[in-house]
Design a protein around this ligand. Structure first.
Ligand code: FAD
Ligand code: DHB
Length: 397
């Protein structure tokens, strides 16, 4: 049996776990990360693509932003398309800020490289991860690696293991309150070898359902279609996907998507989910392990990064002064932002997706889109949430 001693044991090498580990390293705090997937799998897993300006600033300050600054695409607005017409939301004018389009898997590559280059310990392909002792001062993480059992003895555990991880379910029943809302639809997403047909993202409301045009580079388009939560991909040959995307994203004149080879296809369900509190004893939950947002506001990754920023500061305060005051405030501080982001993601989702049922709702949605795109106050509200609520301490009080 191998036994490892560290200050913070981190479960999960997603954005939350890796950003936390690197922030702690920069403060001189030791950590070890356990990940059940391979390094290659983590680096190729296609997920989110939009970084808020605060996330970008943090990655740059951490010294992991070089490639992102070179390859990321800076966008000063998005388009809302409905009734076949486009309406631009101008972030620069409305907020003075921008977003950066840079794939989550690229962020992961940069973080893994930075962690390993600075002596960080990440153990990939671990199995049977189990945590205990977090109600005492001596938490432990148990695992198997290459057939050998191992243990990590640490002061704190960070549960950064996503929505299907082991940390949240290890909290004793009754200690957490769950808030959950399922949506009756999902997204069918594709990555295509085709240049984006627009410089900016397009969120389209259409009577056949929502569609989104995004991108990863000047050669690669990322596209999504509203579908059933359990949609069978076998029913979606490439031709049908392109036809449906062309219909839902059509914008008058002869604007058309550029089509190309489909490199990846997948269906993602949609959920709003929060557990409270995000701490139990010396276990701290962060990112998708504590909350899930529907992807329409492009917030999942950004929220995970915001959580661990708070956690790293609280751990730093503990190791430099011995005080647990900031650690005790962790959950409350994060949940304020979490609920605001839940509200925004729910609102974007409700405004843009087709809901079966009362035709009143479709008319109301169109009125909402009309209002959001014609009132400066309403556009500004969308813009300030989309580019990201402040990452400074105004949300920590
Ligand atoms: P994760 O990225 O899930 O990282 C958790 C890590 O823990 C993973 O590497 C996992 O392999 C590991 N792990 C899990 N269980 C264990 C265990 N038992 N032991 C050890 N390691 C474990 N957001 C958007 O904004 N836009 C999108 O288009 C979008 N698409 C998504 C598509 C999918 C399929 C999913 C699942 C999420 C998507 N998201 C999207 C959300 C966004 O990607 C997440 O919010 C973000 O990844 C959260 O980061 P995290 O570090 O908290 O969790
Ligand atoms: C992307 C994903 C989102 O959920 C979103 O709202 C915008 C863009 C993307 O993958 O590029």
């Amino acid at each position: 049996m191998s036994t490892l001693r560290t200050e913070v044991g981190i479960v999960g090498a997603g954005p939350a776990g890796l950003v936390l580990s690197h922030l702690l390293y920069l403060e001189g705090i030791d950590s070890a990360v356990l990940e059940n997937r391979s390094r290659q799998y983590c680096e190729e897993r296609i997920r989110a693509g939009v970084l808020e300006s605060g996330t970008v600033d943090l990655l740059v300050q951490m010294g992991v932003g070089e490639r992102m600054k070179r390859e990321g695409l800076i966008h000063y607005g998005i388009e809302l398309r409905f009734g076949g017409q486009g309406h631009r939301i101008d972030f620069k004018d409305l907020t003075g800020r921008a977003i950066t389009v840079y794939g989550q898997h690229e962020v992961i590559k940069d973080l893994i490289q930075a962690r390993l280059a600075t002596g960080g310990r990440i153990l990939f392909e671990v199995e049977d991860v189990r945590i205990d002792g977090f109600e005492s001062a001596h938490p432990k993480i148990h695992y198997t690696h290459a057939g050998q059992p191992g243990e990590i003895h640490c002061d704190f555990i960070a549960g950064c293991d996503g929505s299907h991880g082991v940390c949240r379910p290890s909290v004793p029943p009754g200690a957490l309150t769950v808030y959950d809302r399922q949506y009756p639809f999902g997204w069918l997403g594709i990555l295509a070898e085709a240049p984006p047909a627009s410089e900016e993202l397009i969120y389209a409301h259409h009577d056949r359902g929502f569609a989104l045009h995004s991108m990863r580079s000047p050669q690669i388009t990322r596209l999504y279609l509203q579908c059933a939560p359990d949609e069978n991909l076998d029913q979606w040959p490439d031709d049908r996907i392109w036809e449906e995307l062309q219909t839902r994203l059509s914008g008058g004149n002869d604007w058309r998507l550029h089509e190309g080879r489909i490199l990846q296809k997948g269906v993602t369900g949609m959920r709003s989910y929060v557990v409270e509190p995000m701490q139990h004893g010396r276990l701290f939950l962060a990112g998708d392990a504590a909350h899930i947002v529907p992807p329409t506001g492009a917030k999942g990754l950004n929220l995970a990064v915001a959580d661990v920023r708070v956690l790293a500061r609280a751990l730093n305060a503990f190791y430099s002064t011995g005080s647990t005051t900031e650690l005790d405030r962790y959950s409350k501080a994060c949940l304020r932002r979490v609920w605001r982001v839940q509200r925004f993601s729910w609102w974007m989702t409700s405004m843009l997706h087709k809901h079966e049922g009362n035709p009143f709702d479709e008319r109301r949605q169109l009125a909402e889109l009309d209002y959001v795109t014609s009132s400066r106050a309403a556009s500004q509200s969308l813009a300030e949430n989309y580019v990201g609520l402040p990452m400074d301490d105004t949300l920590l009080r």
